[in-house]
Design a protein around this ligand. Structure first.
Ligand SMILES: [Zn+2]
Length: 236
């Protein structure tokens, strides 16, 4: 056992027994971890979620559940929790993260992406972060060419069971993408295009619909948080 101080973010707290809780966190040094918080609901206001900071915990060798000591949120990121445009997106992001990452599966890119919400280009960062997650876990489909005829797909495509098709080859029951979706996806692997990319909330939802469809297909589970996200994001 070792006492650890790692940068990270706590994204889920489940009440457990009386006053204690089990939290899920992403840490820069250990990836996804679980924490047992003995006094989670103290008079001091409890542990804050969705704020980057430093997590102080005892890393157990024999158990997946580590003992939580303290969380020091970075004051320069406190606004994340009070800005619905950020917290809603982080909540969706970590719901997806939770489905794709095993405990202690390392990914330092996530930490870099988390800090980018400071720039307030929320829609763009949200899409890029989910794209990067799918790519880094080996689940991003190839949207550049039709998986059947091999033709280049510049604009309209269709996704079916993790394979991307041109409109001519798409099997029945495919998910048909709207225009600009491919253009946006292309920008994620091209620095110059990415820099000039402008995305509003409605473009964001078009791409998220595709991602959500794909994620549900890959994980064989319903992405519950997305339905709520869609309802809330247009109201803010
Ligand atoms: Zn084709």
């Amino acid at each position: 056992m070792e006492r650890i101080l790692s940068e990270g973010i706590i994204y889920k707290i489940n009440k457990y027994a009386d006053n204690s809780a089990i939290a899920s966190a992403y840490t820069l040094d250990y990836g996804k971890i679980k924490l047992f918080i003995p006094k989670a609901y103290s008079s001091k206001g409890g542990v804050q979620t969705f704020i980057p900071g430093e997590i102080d915990f005892l890393k157990k060798d024999t158990s997946e559940l580590n003992k939580f000591y303290n969380f020091h949120p970075y004051t320069s990121y406190m606004e994340y929790a009070s800005t619905p445009a950020v917290s809603l997106r982080l909540s969706l992001y970590f719901d997806i993260f939770d489905k794709f990452y095993e405990l202690e599966q390392a990914d330092t890119v996530i930490w870099t992406i988390l800090k980018k919400y400071k720039t307030s280009d929320y829609s763009k960062i949200n899409l890029f972060s989910i794209y990067a997650l799918l790519k880094n876990t080996g689940h991003m489909f190839n949207f550049n060419v039709c998986s059947s005829c091999g033709e280049k797909i510049l604009e309209l495509g269709a996704l079916n069971n993790g394979l991307y098709f041109c409109r001519k080859c798409a099997p029945e029951n495919s998910f048909y993408t709207e225009s600009y979706v491919n253009t946006i996806l292309r920008a994620f692997s091209n620095q110059e295009l990415y820099k000039n990319l402008k995305i509003n909330k409605f473009d964001e939802l078009l791409v998220l619909d595709l991602f959500a469809y794909h994620i549900e297909n890959v994980t064989c589970s319903f992405l519950k948080s997305y339905k709520l996200f869609k309802e809330l994001i247009i109201t803010i």
